[in-house]
Write a protein that binds this ligand. Sequence first.
Ligand code: PHE
Length: 340
Amino acid sequence: MQNRIEELKRSFVTSLGAAGSAESLEALRVEYLGKKGYVAELMKGLKDASDKKAAGQLINEFKTEVEDSIAKATEELRAAQIAAKIRGAKKYNPTLRAEAEFGSYHPITLATREVEEIFVSMGFTIENYFEIVDDYKCFEALNIPKHHPARDMQDTYYLDNGQLLKTHTSAAQNAIMKKYGAPLRAIFPGRCFRNESTDACHENTFFQMEGMMIDENISISNLIYFMKTMLSEVFKRDVKVRLRPGFFPFVEPGFELDINCEICGGEGCPSCKNSGWLELCPCGMIHPNVLREGGIDTEKYTGFAFGLGLTRLAMMKYGVKDIRDFNSGNLKALSQFKSI
Ligand code: PHE
């Protein structure tokens, strides 16, 4: 028995050295460990052995040795194959020019920057503000108490902790008044959210640019002057606008500033709900309650505020017919704008 095992060991080592593929290793495994293999044959011969216990032990050792050697050879073969693949792979050359294409600015970014530049040149600072705010900032500080019907127009998304996604950039008015006090000139662009059904001119996510100017003797004339200057700078030509009364609890008096629809030229189309006009910039004189809530002395100061629809402005400026294109991620539409 012992001699036979020694003999098998030698022939196994020779065969293993010659096995250069997964298939030949498998064949070797079957030859030695398979049902009709050498190990099975040795087991059969066990009954004739004089010292069965010692012989059994020898067979087991041999079996383990064969198993381990085949497993090790299989693993080495796999590692060698991977190494060969890596060696053959295309080499990374850090000195080559990047093949990636450059992106382009989103039209809303372009419109935001343009309006920012205009207002900065008129002495306004740019403020950044959160997208998640509380009820106080979005409504109560703006003279919209709980259960006020004006809230119906601004249904939004509420978080479990009672906070909400801001429905308008006006949600920053109170914090900015408290931060700077009067006199004050600031604009604050931001993303706003409303629970709305979408169509060509409505989206649940859109951008506004709020502006506030608070000082002594600020009147409606100042408001109209700033709005006109901004629009003529953005469009680089005279655009037809109309001012009509509008109601917002945080301004008194309040206005809707509409712009002649640039897509249909005022004839009426889906982008302007067939009216020929687009509500672009609601505005008004800041309500004394709102100024007071922001810690401003209403005996001394007055101010105006506006909420420019940046998304709508970008639609008019760039002739985008459907507001949903902005959030679509459709590169065909978006990559037409100024590249980075
Ligand atoms: N926050 C208002 C809205 O989104 C717009 C607005 C801003 C009106 C400032 C007046 C003054 O509907």
